[in-house]
Design a protein around this ligand. Structure first.
Ligand code: COS
Length: 405
């Protein structure tokens, strides 16, 4: 792809800055963080200092004031080296912060966004439940108004930053009789579960945020990939949420989080593409140096064909992803394109990483090379923020709607 198509000088400068950070600070620790399933607190501090935890938000709200394309570049460059770092930025920014930026009152924005955008605390999004995954409208968590509070009861599952985070946007049913129009969103706060680490690095905990009674982290997941990203349950047991923490109007929650997910899908496309690109770079380098039968294996046509296919599909993925981001940035409809980009890039990440492991032969199956981690990290891209099946449903609905129109 010609850089000039989507990138300005400023985009290229952002790319160079993040590329350098990924090479110097992420690459040396990625394998250890993965092996130990540790949240990258030291790098959270460094990314906060670089403004990477609030890339697309206005400077007056503590963000870096950059655009959506810049934000996609950040996720992409991090994921080329470590998907967990890319996901940390994506989940914190799109899922945790964007609903407050987009649907919050002035007071809510002033209270929460600077803390999130400046990387002072981590944010998350509580939508998925034990019985509500692809069927996002099947939310069981309830919110019952009592005077100046809502009482929330329910469990949210697979929540990125559920344990380490402090600010969450959580969905709950306020009127069961109205179906998806009876779902609302709330801002909930709790102290981080990793206070010692947060205090060590100087970000991750904000003492002025109230610990909402009855709201806590539950079981932490032990995952196949994205192991340096924190995934945890959130539990609400008669959680007492001030009425002023209602985010948007009552009943507006479903449409709001559908819009949030539309944006999130471009981020996961960018992350998936990064994994595919990282795997490709490793495979290209390895096959150019690894000798068998007296020559580098990249001299064999069978290997060349695989490298060519990877490079071609990556190029296609870049166009799909940056085009979806461009549409979103220019306030044009982008829901179909975001689903297409997410579907294509996540399946590409899986194919490309399997090929990269194969091209590394026996070494690819060991932890001496990063491609096995890339392969484990790729799988969830076909599942999280809407499975591949859901993306196909979303795309098909657009196709049929376009026809009807
Ligand atoms: N933007 C704005 N509004 C949207 C929307 C979108 N992307 N998608 C749906 N809506 C609106 C619809 O227009 C509809 O409004 P009206 O009733 O006024 O027409 C309302 O929301 C309900 O939509 P729909 O009837 O399509 O809801 P369904 O229950 O059929 O669900 C799918 C649709 C399956 C697409 C949805 O549940 C989904 O995306 N599921 C996947 C969720 C997911 O990604 N989970 C992982 C989360 S990881 S954080």
């Amino acid at each position: 792809m010609d850089d000039a198509l989507y990138f300005s000088e400023q985009h290229l400068a952002t790319r160079e800055m993040v590329r350098q950070f990924a090479r110097d600070e992420v690459a040396p620790v990625a394998a250890k963080l993965d092996a130990e399933a540790k949240f990258p607190w030291e790098n959270i501090r460094k990314m906060a200092d670089l403004g990477l935890l609030g890339v697309p938000w206005p400077e007056e709200l503590g963000g870096a004031g950059l655009d959506l394309i810049s934000y996609m570049i950040v996720i992409n460059e991090l994921a080329k080296v470590d998907a967990s770092h890319g996901l940390t930025i994506s989940a914190h920014t799109t899922l945790g912060t964007s609903p407050i930026v987009k649907f919050g009152t002035a007071a809510q924005k002033q209270r929460y966004v600077p803390l999130l955008a400046g990387g002072r605390v981590m944010g998350g999004f509580g939508l998925t439940e034990p019985e509500a995954g692809s069927d996002a409208g099947g939310t069981r968590t309830t919110a019952v108004r009592k005077g100046d509070r809502y009482i929330l009861n329910g469990v949210k599952r697979f929540i990125t930053h559920g344990s380490v985070g402090e600010i969450f946007v959580v969905t709950a049913v306020t009127d069961r009789s109205k179906g998806t129009k009876g779902i609302s969103s709330f801002i909930l706060t709790k102290p981080t579960s990793e206070l010692t680490a947060a205090e060590r690095v100087g970000v991750g905990h904000e003492p002025s945020l109230p610990a909402i009674a009855g709201f806590r982290a539950g079981k932490k997941e032990d995952k196949l990939g994205w192991r340096a990203s924190d995934t945890c349950e959130l539990i609400m047991e008669d959680a007492e949420v001030p009425a002023e923490n209602l985010l948007g109007a009552e009943g507006q929650g479903f449409v709001n989080f559908m819009q949030t997910l539309d944006n999130g899908r471009i981020g996961i496309a960018s992350l998936s593409l990064g994994i595919a690109e990282g795997a490709f770079e490793q495979a290209l380098r390895y096959t150019s140096t690894r000798k068998q039968f007296g020559q580098p294996v990249a001299h064999f046509q069978g290997v060349q064909f695989q490298l060519s296919d990877m490079a071609t599909q990556i190029e296609a993925g870049r166009h799909l992803m940056f085009h979806a981001a461009w549409l979103a940035q220019h306030k044009r409809p982008f829901s179909k394109e975001a689903a297409m980009a997410k579907l294509f890039c996540s399946e590409l990440a899986m194919r490309a990483t399997i090929t990269a492991v194969q091209l590394h032969g026996g070494y690819g199956y060991t932890k001496d090379y990063p491609v096995e981690r890339f392969m484990r990290d790729a799988k969830i891209c076909e599942i999280g923020e809407g499975t591949s099946e859901i993306q196909r449903i979303v795309i098909a609905r657009h196709l049929l709607q376009d026809l009807a129109d």
